[in-house]
Design a protein. Structure first.
Length: 494
């Protein structure tokens, strides 16, 4: 069996694996992506990007690639309307991008940066020792090859092989209820957002191409134990029982079902093996959060793992991936479970829905739920959380730098950290560029003037990680040195 070597093996070229591959390359790691499918899937899946994910794409210069994108202001929480266009982000709202397009863009970006994507290549075995992981990869022609990598990351989806082979503990609850979903041509039913009828929940949305996506759940009906997707007769019979309408003369284009199962691994890392995306957390795809959560995992992990394989990571850096993303994941899964109850529960949940509708009239409640769904409210725990920006993401701001007009997002594009000092400088402070000189290979130091009237960054100086989260703001030089060392390792001699 032939054997090759790399820094990181990413298993799965779905959206999360491709995003991670690009991030690893930006950080200077060699990466091989092994993907079982010979060609990208054309299957219809997620279609919504939320504000934080759009910000991350902006940080990597990928927004223009999306082209014209339709945007909605209103999302929902368990089917109760929730305004998301008001979140404090340049990209507030819901952006309608098919998952196939996202994968295409990320694939071109990651391979352009030098990631090697091997298609038709399935991981069949994985072992780890103190120095590396050893993977066995099977090609379409049945031949196998061994790959040694310093680390492996399972981005191989809900049924993750990596998770099983590396012995991760995946805990949670099995599906109790399910929604049947079908894209149907040749039917004419009223559009419905989340219509609760006496016998169940019905959703229908007619697309410009004339195909209607219907989703239906019959109250009290348990999730079926399925080996295959439901057939069209099951969908039409359920639709008829719930709505009284006959859609059986339509032509099904695609049928699927999804339940309210909720699982998360107890640790995102086991030695040299890590998980991201659906491999780490499985949830009902409600409100488009599954995909967004996974892409955000990838951006959190990429720079940390790249620094680790390049021998530049400070102690404990890689473990912050679990600490930060497990926490966010469990909060999102808990919110999704609450939404599943509100959506799929029968008449018995009406009093709770009524209380929730009342609470959603309060701005603080809309803010708490909206900042979670959009991802803009994520604030990672920091030792010192005195400044409101610490742990939070660097907001969008229009700036004028020595090189001309720029934005906070554009300044993060190199994938390095960012030390941003806003003019006028404090006269009592040592030049921050001098302080950060020993980290110049990992942190880009920029002095800038905010565009007149732009007050988005409420601080005089800050340090952001490559994923855009702020780890120092307006502290003294000693704290800045501490933050640089804590997140970027020791300085090089200058
Ligand atoms: C039918 C369907 C409908 C969905 N609808 C929605 C929706 O409406 N809204 C929403 O937000 N989310 C939806 N989702 C979920 C969303 O698509 C996922 O959250 C998203 O794809 C997760 O991305 P990922 O990269 O983690 O995993 P995936 O996209 O699942 O990618 C994993 C990749 O790993 C590959 N792989 C698996 N095992 C191996 C192996 N052993 N070796 C090599 N490669 C391997 C797979 O071929 C796949 O390409 C849906 C998912 C499905 C399947």
């Amino acid at each position: 069996m032939s054997e090759s070597q790399t820094d990181v093996l990413v298993v799965g070229a779905g959206p999360v694996g491709l995003m991670l591959a690009g991030e690893l390359r930006l950080g200077g790691a060699r990466v091989v992506v092994a993907e079982r499918l010979p060609a990208p899937t054309t299957q219809s899946r997620a279609s919504t990007l939320h504000a934080r994910t759009m910000e991350l794409l902006d940080q990597r210069g990928l927004i223009a690639e999306l082209g014209e994108v339709a945007r909605d202001d209103t999302g929902h929480f368990g089917g109760i309307p929730l305004p998301l266009g008001v979140q404090p982000s340049r990209y507030a709202g819901l952006w309608k991008v098919p998952q196939t397009r996202i994968e295409e863009i990320l694939g071109v970006w990651a391979t352009g940066l030098g990631a090697e994507v091997r298609r038709g290549c399935e991981l069949t075995a994985l072992d780890q020792d103190g120095a590396a992981v050893t993977a066995v990869l099977r090609d379409q022609d049945g031949s196998t090859a061994r790959l040694r990598a310093r680390y492996a990351v399972g981005c191989d989806g809900e049924k993750s092989t990596v998770r099983g082979l590396a012995g991760f503990e995946f805990v949670g609850t099995a599906a109790g209820r399910e929604l049947l979903r079908a894209d149907v041509a040749g039917i004419d039913v009223p559009n419905r957002r989340f219509q609760r009828l006496p016998r169940g929940l019905a959703i229908a949305a007619r697309r410009p191409d004339g195909v209607t996506r219907v989703m239906v759940h019959e109250f009290g009906r348990p999730a079926a134990a399925r080996r295959a997707e439901p057939d069209f007769d099951e969908v039409t019979a359920t639709w008829a029982r719930v709505t009284g309408e006959d859609i059986s003369r339509g032509t099904p284009v695609w049928i699927n079902s999804f339940g309210d199962a909720s699982h998360q691994v107890t640790r995102y890392r086991r030695g040299r093996v890590l998980l991201a995306g659906d491999a780490a957390h499985a949830q009902m795809p409600v409100g488009g959060q599954a995909l967004n959560l996974g892409l955000q995992d990838a951006v959190n992990l990429g720079w940390k793992l790249a620094a680790t394989v390049r021998g530049r990571a400070p102690a404990g850096l890689l473990d912050t991936y679990h600490e930060e993303r497990h926490l966010v994941g469990s909060q999102v899964l808990s919110d999704i479970a609450a939404q599943a109850t509100l959506l799929l529960g029968g008449p018995e949940v009406e009093p709770i829905r009524s209380v929730m509708s009342g609470l959603l009239e309060l701005e603080a409640v809309r803010d708490r739920l909206g900042s979670g769904i959009s991802g803009v409210g994520i604030r990672y725990p920091m030792e010192d959380a005195g400044h409101p920006l610490l742990g939070a993401r660097l907001p969008h701001a229009e700036l004028i730098t020595e090189a001309g007009a720029s934005t906070t997002g554009a300044l993060l594009r190199s994938g390095r950290g960012l030390l941003l000092e806003l003019e006028p400088r404090s006269s009592d402070r040592e030049d921050l560029r001098t302080v950060a000189r020993g980290w110049a290979d990992r942190v880009c130091a920029v002095t800038a003037r905010p565009r007149p009237g732009d007050r988005a960054v409420a601080t005089r100086a800050l340090l952001a990680r490559p994923d855009g989260h702020v780890v120092w703001a307006d502290g003294g030089e000693r704290q800045l040195r501490g933050a640089l060392t804590r997140w970027f390792g020791h300085p090089l001699p200058t």
